[in-house]
Ligand binder design. Structure first.
Ligand code: HEM
Length: 448
């Protein structure tokens, strides 16, 4: 009897092995491919034969159910989790309402949402939109894409809360932004500084009439001032060659020309103060009465409104009371930057779209997320909504098969009439093969 059944089992194993290879290539999310994966991973062919042998001795039909059960993934095994995720589900580590997720994440989604409400109130009371945007940008803008290690690579990690970094020349005045946010930080222990800075910046843009920024949270904070980046990572406003300088600094962060221009559009908000950066007039007709602390020189007339007027104004350069830094002016002089500046001056929707994407990218630079996929706090009444699962994010650590293994799989595939070079168009044939093999398996058992 064993002589009859073992080949059937081996055949079934081969069919499933071949099916797994092809199914992973063709239908990464089909249930059958996952059954194949489960079969191969949780019960290798040899293990399967071992587990099936006692059944042949007992010859009880109920034992067949046990075999079927052993082939089914346990609700907690990794294959099951993958199945759940492949089907468009949320990763288990961050499922809504999961207490474990809420506890282990860097920031708590409920507290993040409350903190956002408090930031909105703060904005209404103090008109601090511009400085909050600048705070977020200066925390993340130290990122160096050529350094892999966190936090050495810089970026949105909350390091800007430390005195040593706040004292960098480029950060002059940002201590005021930190002072405004500190009470909110004290109120919400479940929100990291890194998240709070980016939350404040995105909220400020949105509240000023700008685009909705697609944000995620869960940034981990650096835990000591010794981990702050060295001075000199942020751009200067008046370098000898502004276009080269902007490219050098922003390319280091992984941005391109379009993103440089779009992000510069944030200067639609705010003012420059000579006592801080050395740039701008001490006051103009647009700033002498505030709102907020009066003074400084703005880039635009309505410097608390997020729109595309920055591009219109620096293009015209007609108003003596409006600021144009050398790094602003170059956006209409450099041929590549000019393409985007002209477009944004004409088309606010295009600016908003590109700005939102670039700001979102900026807010994530160098950040370490916990959970790794981040936490969304978008307003749909659910609290924590993780980003949709993306297989690509999880596939980087996948091991390549060895040549010998590939050859072996190829031989096994060919043994059941297929070819890895000519993938079958549908699962249909393979499904029938599996059904036939199972039938043969059952028949041989029942016959004994
Ligand atoms: C392109 C290179 C950039 C340069 C050279 C630059 C330079 C400056 C300077 C000199 C100030 C005046 C600071 C002060 O005196 O208080 C300033 C303010 C500001 N910057 Fe930039 N910046 C750049 C890019 C950005 C980016 C990418 C953002 C945001 C995405 C941004 C947002 C702001 C905001 C909102 C203010 C106003 C702050 C306030 O009113 O308190 N800047 N920037």
């Amino acid at each position: 009897m064993l002589a009859g059944t073992l080949p059937a089992v081996r055949f079934l194993g081969r069919v499933l092995a071949a099916h797994q290879v092809m199914a992973e290539r063709l239908y990464p999310s089909t249930s059958l491919s996952c059954i194949g994966a489960c079969f191969l991973r949780s019960a290798s062919k040899r293990a399967m034969i071992r587990s099936a042998l006692p059944l042949f001795a007992s010859r009880r039909l109920s034992s067949l159910r046990a075999v079927a059960a052993s082939l089914r993934p346990s609700p907690l095994d990794p294959v099951h989790i993958r199945l759940f995720q492949d089907a468009g589900g949320r990763s288990l580590s961050s499922s809504p309402g999961s207490a474990a997720a809420a506890k282990s994440a860097a920031s708590d989604p409920v507290q993040l949402r409350s903190a956002r409400e408090d930031i909105r109130e703060l904005l209404k009371a103090t008109f601090c939109h511009p400085i909050l945007v600048r705070l977020g940008w200066h925390d993340s803008g130290t990122y160096d894409k050529n350094i892999e290690e966190w936090p050495q690579r810089g970026g949105a990690n909350g390091s800007l809360r430390y005195d040593i970094e706040l004292k960098h020349g480029a950060n002059a005045g940002l201590v005021n932004a930190l002072r405004l946010l500190q009470p909110i930080k004290d109120k919400y222990s479940g929100v990291t500084y890194a998240d709070l800075f980016q939350l404040a910046s995105a909220t400020a843009v949105e509240e000023a009439g700008g685009p909705k920024i697609p944000m995620k949270y869960g940034r981990v904070d650096v835990i000591g001032p010794e981990l702050c980046p060295e001075e000199g990572k942020l751009p200067s406003a008046g370098p000898p060659s502004p276009a080269d300088h902007l490219r050098e600094v922003f390319y280091r962060m992984g941005f391109n020309d379009k993103e440089i221009v779009a992000l510069s559009g944030a200067h639609t908000l705010g003012r420059s103060r000579p006592e801080r950066s050395g740039w701008g007039k001490s006051e103009t007709k647009y700033t002498k009465d505030g709102p907020g602390a009066p003074g400084g020189q703005s880039w635009t007339v309505q410097w608390l409104k997020f729109d595309n007027s920055y591009f219109k104004d620096i293009k015209e350069q007609k108003d003596e009371d409006l600021l144009v830094l050398p790094t602003d002016a170059i956006l209409f002089d450099d041929p590549s930057f000019k393409i985007y500046s002209e477009e944004y001056a004409q088309d606010q929707d295009s600016f908003f779209k590109d700005y939102a994407e670039a700001h979102s990218k900026l807010s994530n630079l160098g950040a370490k997320f916990d959970p790794p996929e981040g936490i969304s706090i978008d307003d749909d009444g659910k609290g924590s909504i993780p980003e949709p699962f993306q297989a690509a994010k999880y596939s980087s650590g996948k091991r390549e098969l060895s040549e010998a293994m590939k050859q072996k799989i190829r031989r096994e595939y060919e043994a059941v009439g297929g070819s890895p070079d000519k993938p079958l168009k549908s699962n249909y044939f393979l499904n029938i093969m599996i059904a036939v093999a199972l039938l043969a398996f059952l028949t041989s058992l029942l016959g004994n």
